[in-house]
Design a protein around this ligand. Sequence first.
Ligand SMILES: Nc1ncnc2c1ncn2[C@@H]1O[C@H](COP(=O)(O)OP(=O)(O)OP(=O)(O)O)[C@@H](O)[C@H]1O
Length: 266
Amino acid sequence: MPVSISIEGVKHAYQTGQQQPLPVLDDLNITIPEGKFTAVVGPSGCGKSTLTRLVSGLLFPNEGTVSLGGEPVKAPRSTVGMAFQNPVLLEWRSIIQNVVLPLEIVKSELTHNQRLKRAAKLLKMVGLEGFEHKRPSELSGGMRQRASLCRSLVHNPDVLILDEPFGALDAFTREDLWQLMRDIKIKQPFTGLLITHDLRESVFLADQVVVLSSRPAKTQFVLDVDLPEDRTINSLYTPKAVEMLATLREQIEIAQGRKEEVADVE
Ligand SMILES: Nc1ncnc2c1ncn2[C@@H]1O[C@H](COP(=O)(O)OP(=O)(O)OP(=O)(O)O)[C@@H](O)[C@H]1O
C-alpha cells in the first residue's frame, strides 16, 4: 500500500575529512501524500541525490525528520524501490533473473516459481515479453531501463524513488517510458519521488513539482500540476502546461542565480 512521504525541516551537511562540513540541504520541506507522485528539480549539485538517500534510509539528516507513512526513517526499508540513470543490470544473470533479485535480497516468502511468474508479468507489462532469458548486453538502452523499472517494482514497493532514470535515453525512447510509467502507476500504485533535470518530464509524470534552490538547497517553489491523470504527450503542448513549464523555467533561473525573484505587485 502506498504511504505518504514527509520531509520536515531537513538539514544535512557531509563531513569531508579535515575540511569544514559541506552543507548540502538547508531547511527542506516536502510532503507527498500517499499514492501521489512528486518530481524534484534544481540546479546541478544542489543535493537532489542526497534527498533520495535520506528517503531510502541510506543516510540520516543532521536536523529535521524524514517519515514514511508517519514513521521516522531509521534504517533502509525493503518496501522502497529505486531506479537510477544507469540501470546496473548484472551481466551474468538473465533479464528475468535480474528482475527477481530484490525478492532474493528481501527474502520474499514467494516460491521460486511465484517470483518468476511475478517478474514475467512485469516484463510483459513493459513490453519485454520474449526477452526474459536474454543477457542485459543483448538489450537496447531503453529496454535495459524497462527491465530496471521491473526490478524496482517486483517487490511491490510502497515508495518508488526514481533518480534521473530516463536521463541517458534519446528523446523518443524517453517519451515512450514516460507513458509507460504513467500506465504502471495506475496498475501498481506507489508513492513516487522523481529526480529529474527535464521540466517536461516533471510536468508529464508528477502531481507536484518541487524546485530546490542551489546548494545548500531549500524548498524554493512548489507547483501543483493541474493536468488530467491520463495526460498524453500532447497535454504538454496545451496552454496550461506551457504556462507551468515557463513558471518552472523561471524558478530554475532564480535557483541558478541568473534571475532575481520579483515580488508580486498588487
Ligand atoms: N558522500 C558524500 N560525501 C561528501 N560530499 C558529497 C557526498 N555525496 C555528495 N556530496 C556532495 O554533495 C553535493 C550534492 O550532491 P548530490 O549528488 O546530492 O547533488 P545532485 O543535486 O543530485 O547533483 P546532480 O544534479 O549533479 O546529479 C555535491 O557538492 C556533492 O559533491
